[in-house]
Ligand binder design. Structure first.
Ligand SMILES: CC(C)(COP(=O)(O)OP(=O)(O)OC[C@H]1O[C@@H](n2cnc3c(N)ncnc32)[C@H](O)[C@@H]1OP(=O)(O)O)[C@@H](O)C(=O)NCCC(=O)NCCS
Length: 165
């Protein structure tokens, strides 16, 4: 079956729609480290900075609307800049159709092309769908971060996972 979404590098025209999708997933309080999206103006600055820097940030589009995103952002410290942190999300109606796997595969390829040699992420221990996808793509669990998140009064452990080349 053809993929029901088009996967492209993010462009300025996608910013508002990306912000809406990000806000939507963040407000579920079940998956992300954000509980809502930052204000549109700061998301705009963030995306424009990524475009300028050539950081991998891809979006899944359905009828030109952003339904998902995946990015790999370089770490800060000079000794860690070969490493990037991956984030991904799809709005609910577009999950479980292969879009996440396709988005991630394209973003990982873009990260290798950019010169990263390590991609890491953290995932909540109760997010089995995401963890399965990461394992399928070769990510290995490197540790458990106990009480890593505090969401609506409840602590949540996460797994640190990484893919190296
Ligand atoms: C985690 C997430 C990115 C995965 O993306 P996705 O598009 O749902 O995942 P995929 O469809 O590529 O794969 C998930 C499952 O759907 C199955 N699938 C893929 N294509 C399918 C299709 N056409 N029909 C039915 N099932 C399908 C896959 O086999 C996979 O199943 P498995 O885990 O049993 O192997 C997405 O579900 C999501 O955004 N979740 C909420 C936010 C989130 O968790 N972000 C990550 C935080 S760390």
């Amino acid at each position: 079956m053809p993929l029901p979404a088009r996967i492209v590098p993010i462009d300025e025209v996608h910013i508002e729609s990306f912000h809406a999708a990000f806000d939507n997933v963040a407000r579920e309080h079940r998956y992300l480290a954000f509980l809502e999206a930052p204000p549109l103006a700061s998301v705009r600055d963030f995306v424009l900075a990524n475009i300028r820097a050539g950081n991998p940030q891809l979006v899944a589009l359905v009828d030109e609307r952003v339904v998902g995103w995946c990015d790999v952002l370089p770490k800060d410290r000079p000794t860690r800049r070969h490493g990037g942190v991956l984030g991904i999300g799809l709005i609910e109606p577009f999950r479980k159709q292969g879009i996440g796997a396709a988005l991630m595969t394209s973003t990982i390829e873009a990260a290798w092309r950019k010169g990263f040699t390590r991609i890491e992420l953290t995932v909540r221990t109760d997010n089995t769908r995401a963890t399965r996808l990461y394992e399928k793509l070769g990510f290995a669990v490197e540790g458990r971060l106990r009480k890593d998140m505090l969401v609506d009064g409840e602590y949540v452990d996460t797994l640190l996972m990484a893919l190296v080349r």
